[in-house]
Design a binder for this molecule. Sequence first.
Ligand SMILES: CCCCC/C=C/C(=O)SCCNC(=O)CCNC(=O)[C@H](O)C(C)(C)COP(=O)(O)OP(=O)(O)OC[C@H]1O[C@@H](n2cnc3c(N)ncnc32)[C@H](O)[C@@H]1OP(=O)(O)O
Ligand code: NDP
Length: 279
Amino acid sequence: MIVKSIFRSGLFAGKSAIVTGGGSGIGKAITSELLYLGCNVMIASRKLDRLENAANELKTITPPGDDQPKPKIEFMECNIKKEEQVHSLISNTLDKFGKLDFLVNNGGGQFYSPAKDFSLKGWNAVIETNLTGTFLCCQQAFNQYMSEHGGVIVNMVANMWNGWPGMSHSGAARAGVENITKSLAIEWAPAGIRINAVAPGSTIASQSVKDYYKFDIMGQQIPRVPAKRLGTVEEVSAAICFLLSPAAAFISGETIKIDGAQSLYTTSIPWEVSGRYQN
Ligand SMILES: CCCCC/C=C/C(=O)SCCNC(=O)CCNC(=O)[C@H](O)C(C)(C)COP(=O)(O)OP(=O)(O)OC[C@H]1O[C@@H](n2cnc3c(N)ncnc32)[C@H](O)[C@@H]1OP(=O)(O)O
Ligand SMILES: NC(=O)C1=CN([C@@H]2O[C@H](COP(=O)(O)OP(=O)(O)OC[C@H]3O[C@@H](n4cnc5c(N)ncnc54)[C@H](OP(=O)(O)O)[C@@H]3O)[C@@H](O)[C@H]2O)C=CC1
């Protein structure tokens, strides 16, 4: 997978980024585009073998142009739910690259379930992954580096604007991420930090979605999207690179929806309200 970019070759030359969940799906597309633009990238998540495979695949990416230095890709295991592992992710990245300009909090996920069936363990797993994990990465990046040097952070949320029936744990977590994005945009502005979020519709045809959700959850969505098509991982990556770039120098605390106007039109899951609720 090599994502070409509409951005200027060398735009991020010499910069350094962390992409959580960078070994698959949207995260892999972001990593690919950052490398193409000259940025050194650390990818991190729970599954080391997948990270290693992705790093081997993506290490061949070279920015176009004879005068462009070749960016480096590194990988490490990190469960973003675990504070000590997040601490190590930031400190190892600083050891490898000497700096941390960009943090992309892409790692996350959930499982489909009616709210009445959640176990507390399942609820906590999703909140800790998406909300607490994103917060820990922001906090460690700030405390170990960005408080002194500035930086840019992009958080991943989802189409939870009208609730997220069937994924209400994740909707709650993502709404929390959207709100903390605003709080930190204000608290950390004096340090020269910008922090924004992107909200893909439930329509980004990543390989993992196809693998994980056994029924055709994506195909069902197409009639519910005004654009009448699914989105691509490259379209999410492009929005993130825009937010990381100087083109977005005066944008902070904002969330960009990448959903072909889906969120204006329907809820994000084909959920039918089928009669009166029965206990
Ligand atoms: C129309 C909508 C389309 C989709 C739009 C959105 C797409 C995406 O978000 S793309 C991302 C696709 N990938 C995923 O969503 C990842 C899949 N989920 C996971 O990897 C994990 O479940 C997790 C990240 C959400 C949590 O992982 P972890 O912290 O390691 O927790 P465990 O897997 O150990 O599970 C703990 C606990 O949670 C309950 N649980 C987990 N899976 C399910 C399930 N499929 N159904 C019901 N409950 C589940 C369960 O209680 C687990 O405990 P145990 O029973 O003791 O295992
Ligand atoms: N595809 C879509 O339509 C949408 C996706 N999103 C969100 O975008 C992000 C990327 O999704 P997508 O690429 O489609 O799916 P993926 O499943 O490919 O991406 C999720 C990534 O998060 C990583 N991850 C999950 N839990 C943890 C954890 N505890 N610690 C560290 N890393 C973790 C996974 O790696 P590993 O398993 O190795 O830990 C994986 O690389 C996710 O947050 C997803 O929820 C939001 C809206 C819609």
